[in-house]
Design a protein around this ligand. Structure first.
Ligand code: TTP
Ligand code: MG
Length: 400
């Protein structure tokens, strides 16, 4: 589109992707004889199952997701009915998300075939928002053979709506300037979160289009249907302040061990910390993440459990995690009471910056320590995760 130059790209920070007719497209990909034909994935045509999804060719006959399979059969007797092959769809879903995550580490997966990306700050690497959308579509199609629709806007609701408006194989932008007018004629069911039930409630209030909601005075809908009313009124006006909740932000990784017999041996715990740190550090580096919070968990023989945590500059070095966790242990445990369990977890995860010399040294890590981590990772890659752990970091050092 020639309008590219006129769009203020700085506001278009949210991108939503959704694969087209996902399960059915995978079936067509795996069996090219099905291409161009009505394919229905879900319950067998003569059984009581429901349709999971169907190809766009089948949609021309009126078949839809969640429709009884028998009804789908009546609508299109010559459609090809296939069972759900979930492991295959999950395999491809993972590959799609892997491609998407290269465009922005701020990715929020919403379902098996859709995700948001926060693309603010990605233009230096990948060009304008529209170019990012184009590249994603091209890469998913050339590497996996699947079509994906992309929507781009200044918030989550409108990006999700945009990806749906141009389906299949869509690439649609909704700018701030056009949002209100674009939303106005759409049915209320297009508002994210308005399902069948809510639609009926809104219908009874005389609200059929998004425009009907736009014209309400503030507080009117909230007074009638509660806090959701406020959200729907805002969405109708193109207001949605919800941030992308990147998957890594919600995650933590950890290891814990219940001892065969209760222990009080601090050097044993130090060794355990070194083993756990090596394992967790490896996981972080594989996922290209760093952790900024370290938590240890102590469960005493009477089952009383305490956790102690500390913040650290984001890191994924075995050595630093070991040292920090050991410090926490020394602050919170003097070896008086027997323990039945010890755990170590890392949270507050964020993407690992590309290793620039400056930041490495600023984080207190020497080049040698970084190289050791990398060397150990290489060995684990070749011989498996159990091949090596730097188990003697603490107790052996003390004996030297
Ligand atoms: P959707 O993205 O909703 O549907 P879709 O990808 O098949 O088609 P579209 O082009 O409109 O995006 O859902 C993704 C997959 O989730 C879909 O392929 C099958 C599954 N699914 C169900 O199993 N049951 C359902 O009711 C829906 C809506 C989806
Ligand atoms: Mg889809």
């Amino acid at each position: 589109m020639a309008v590219d130059k006129e769009i203020d790209s700085s506001q278009l920070t949210i991108l939503h992707c959704d694969l087209d007719a996902f399960f059915a497209s995978v079936e067509q990909l795996d069996n090219p004889l099905l291409c161009g034909k009505p394919v229905v994935v879900g319950g067998a045509k003569d059984a009581r199952g429901v349709v999971s999804t169907c190809s766009y060719e089948a949609r021309e006959f009126g078949i839809r997701s969640a429709m009884p399979a028998a009804q789908a059969y009546r609508l299109c007797p010559h459609a090809i009915f296939l069972p759900v092959n979930m492991s295959r769809y999950l395999e491809l879903s993972k590959q799609v998300f892997s491609i998407l995550s290269h465009y922005s580490p701020l990715m929020e997966v919403l379902s098996i075939d859709e995700a948001f990306l926060d693309i603010s700050g990605c233009s230096r690497l990948f060009g304008s928002p529209k170019n990012i959308g184009r590249s994603i579509k091209q890469q998913v199609y050339s590497e996996l053979g699947l079509k994906i629709s992309v929507g781009i806007s200044y918030n989550k609701f409108l990006a999700k709506l945009a990806s749906d408006l141009d389906k299949p194989d869509g690439l649609r932008i909704i700018t701030r300037e056009e949002a209100l007018a674009l939303l106005r004629p759409l049915p209320v069911s297009r508002i994210w979160g308005v399902g069948n039930k809510t639609q009926q409630i809104l219908d009874k209030l005389g609200l059929k289009t998004i425009g009907d909601i736009q014209d309400l005075p503030p507080g009117w809908l909230e007074a009638r249907i509660g806090s959701a009313g406020r959200l729907f009124w805002e969405l109708a006006r193109g207001i949605d302040d919800r941030a992308i909740e990147a998957d890594y932000e919600r995650k933590s990784i950890g290891r814990e061990e219940t001892f065969p017999e209760d222990i009080k041996d601090i050097s044993y715990l130090e060794n355990l910390i070194a083993h756990f740190s090596a394992e967790l550090g490896y996981k972080l580096r594989k996922a290209e993440l760093k952790a900024a919070t370290i938590t240890i968990k102590l469960r005493y023989s009477n089952f009383k459990t305490i956790t102690r945590r500390k913040s650290i500059p984001p890191c994924n070095s075995d050595m630093i995690i070991t040292e920090q966790a050991a410090e926490l242990l020394h602050q919170s445990y003097a070896g008086h009471q027997a323990l039945r369990l010890f755990g170590l977890s890392l949270s507050n995860l964020s993407p690992a910056a590309l290793p620039e010399q400056g930041t490495l040294f600023a984080s207190g890590l020497t080049a040698e320590q970084t190289n050791i981590d990398q060397l150990m990772d290489d060995i684990r890659e070749r011989f498996g995760p159990q091949a090596i752990t730097r188990g003697n970091l603490l107790s052996d050092n003390k004996e030297q």
